[in-house]
Design a protein around this ligand. Structure first.
Ligand SMILES: Nc1ncnc2c1ncn2[C@@H]1O[C@H](COP(=O)(O)OP(=O)(O)OP(=O)(O)O)[C@@H](O)[C@H]1O
Ligand SMILES: [Mg+2]
Length: 280
């Protein structure tokens, strides 16, 4: 056990039993993952590849058939482990007659927060989620983007270390996407650990530190964005101080031409192409 890890998953298998013929289907197989404080990790994969299943396991809603899951050194599903997890679900559902503020107060109360602590937590969360202008209105008046902000707020109210965001930007407008990405970066700077899923690969590229790709319940690849997108056989050469004419003849000996600066940087491919290569 390594209790300095926010999340330690070892060789987990998850199955769903199908009542009609009693056969179980394996939704996640031999899955392992270590996450540290202050990192954003994206779990990618086509529909049905096991992403939400992994979240259910970490939350303790589903028991692994094999393997183990520890959150801050505590076994998944225990009270101590759950207290360290904040969850933004794929399809959040809240009572519509409550206001945004009341939702956050309700979830805070359910998490066992005292009135005093709750009061101190509310304002920074309303600010981070930019809910202040509509926090006093009932949820039935909210748009999808506003509901998503409430959902983010409820995931943070008990100040957990590990945050699970299931498709946090799906259905949001560009401003809503920016808000979510900024909130994720702010949370990372506060030392929180974020595990999230998304099908929007361009957005993933700009916010994730590391990624893994799941396919039919198996992890195919894992690594840092830099490592995975680096193309060893390609480079971009940036040159300053040369005319177009000189550039056309340059190829072999750039400095011989008298360039004032030559910068050679490894070229990156796109996450989109990497994903398609593994999941075609
Ligand atoms: N309650 C359930 N009972 C039976 N099978 C299930 C259940 N929940 C999920 N599955 C199956 O487990 C597999 C993984 O599903 P999961 O919801 O984890 O996928 P996902 O990667 O989150 O997909 P999506 O991108 O569509 O959200 C799928 O084949 C799905 O049909
Ligand atoms: Mg899902």
């Amino acid at each position: 056990m390594n209790s300095s890890l926010s999340l330690q998953i070892r060789n987990v298998q998850a199955r769903y039993s199908l009542a009609w013929n009693r056969k179980a289907m394996v939704a996640l197989d031999d899955f392992s993952l270590d996450l540290k404080a202050g990192e954003i990790f994206a779990l990618l994969g086509p529909n049905g590849s096991g992403k939400t299943t992994l979240f259910k396991l970490i939350l303790g809603f589903l028991k692994p058939k094999q393997g183990s899951i520890l959150i801050q050194g505590e076994k998944a599903g225990t009270r101590k482990a759950r207290a360290q997890v904040g969850y933004l679900p794929e399809n959040p559902y809240f009572p519509k007659y409550l206001t945004g503020r009341e939702i956050l107060e309700t979830y805070g109360g359910l998490s066992g927060l005292s009135r005093g602590v709750l009061k101190d937590r509310l304002e920074p969360i309303l600010e981070l989620t930019q809910m202040s202008s509509f926090a006093e209105k009932p949820l039935h008046t909210y748009s999808k983007g506003m509901i998503q902000r409430v959902s983010l707020g409820q995931a943070l109210i008990h100040d957990p270390q590990l945050l699970l965001f299931d498709e946090p930007t799906t259905g949001l407008d560009p401003q809503g996407v920016d808000l979510m990405k900024e909130a994720m970066k702010k949370l990372r700077s506060l030392g929180k650990t974020i595990l999230f899923t998304s099908h929007l690969l361009e957005q993933v590229e700009t916010v994730a530190d590391r990624i893994a790709i799941l396919y039919q319940g198996k992890k195919l690849v894992e690594g840092s964005m830099n490592e995975l997108l680096k193309e060893n056989d390609a480079a971009t050469i940036q040159v300053k101080g040369l005319s177009e004419e000189q550039l056309s003849g340059v190829k072999g000996a750039l400095y011989d031409f008298g360039a004032s600066a030559v910068e050679v940087t490894p070229r990156s491919g796109s996450l989109e192409n990497l994903f398609r290569r593994y999941t075609k």
